[in-house]
Design a protein. Sequence first.
Length: 489
Amino acid sequence: MSPKFSLGKNFRFGFSTVGVQHEMGVPGSEFSSDWVMWLHDPENIMAGIVSGDLPENGPGYWGLFREDHERAVSIGMDAAWITIEWARIFPRPTFDVKVPVERSGGLLSRVLVEGSHLKELEMIADMEALNHYRRILSDWKERGGLVIANLFHWSLPLWLHDPIKLRKVGPDRAPSGWLEERCVTEFAKFSALAAEKLDDVVDMWYTMNEPSVVANAGYMSVKSGFPPGYLDLSSYMQVGKNLAQAHYVAYEAVKSLSKKPVGVVESVAHWTPLTPNDKEAAERGFEYNVSIYDAAVRGMIMGSQIDELRNRLDWIGLNYYSRIVVAADNRVPSGLRVVDDFGYSCSPRSLSRDGRPTSDFGWEIYPEGIYSVLTKLYERYRLPIYVTENGIADADDRLRPRFIVSHLYQIYRAIESGVDVRGYFHWNLTDNLEWARGYSMRFGLFEVDMTSKKRYFRPSSLVFREIARQKAIPEEFENMVEPPRTSMP
């Protein structure tokens, strides 16, 4: 095939793994965390808050990582971000390891985890689990792949967060996770130990994935199926504040032990005004959506700028899936409302109000949005960007080939306009557990039989392979660069 739209010879193509979503499914892969408890809770299952699918029936990456790495290489992937599961490394509390802290503007700015503390933490940690992560990371690195290690993807140790108890008796009488500042301190300890023990097999780090989702889904959108399902505006604000502090202290903890670049990842939508009169509302939505980047780069948190907290970010991770169409509405505190039948607010396997196909999840396919978001982020922060997640729930693989090509074309456009985009991580290599929705949402380039653990090529993986191997969209795929419309089969 003839290359046409080149992404550059150094552009990376990759996949991702998350403990709860990917690791379990083979003997010896089990672990406990707040999310594991949440997915097992009988009341959650009976109420339909969660699917009833269990993570221990998952794709089994913990034991099958070498096979998956081989598959990734076979379709041209040369990068991976892999989550180091906090609950695996510290199934027991780390409170007794006392560490000094520093504050700036009333916020935690540094947790000083020194050599003696690391020795104490090593005595508490599950070192076999940590060494297994070393084997996983080393195997990928030995295949020539870029290794990015992620330190938090939603799942917390149970000794820090008991979502069922919190929901029943309140946050003041249960381990309350990110509602408590102590969670910030403990995260710094975990981050420091991970950096000390794994930095030699890691090329880049990032502190956390989609912190806004943790706060919003857990404390505002309680029908989303996310723990702790505790509707409370002040708790939502506190969690957002503590997650920003957690980035600060984890960044500093890793940097004290590593010279590798450290990023943070957020899911950012293309905020679209319904009418020209709604432009201000859409801009306000975008400002909220990028608050973690503002905290990390500008020291902006809860409306205040703290100069001592600026410039704690080396690269930006962008997760992009769709847009959010909004209209101004002064009747709600945010001053805006999300308009149905666009973006994330569509019916599954249907058409949006704009005549665009929607995924099995009901997410509108809107590739132009990734160009807009990349451009805005680069203009705002001037930092390298990796597209750390982009994909579609499409069990029949009907929409995915065009989804991949059309989004990569928009990334190509962004690069051509001067945006420093360095890689694309497709969500995902294999099917996995989609949190509260279980195994019903299929995002994989490889289909997984969750009973036998067998992987099967989907046709879209071959489309991906041609692009990844050439690091360019071939001329023969040019018919798929435009956004899909109702004329799609």
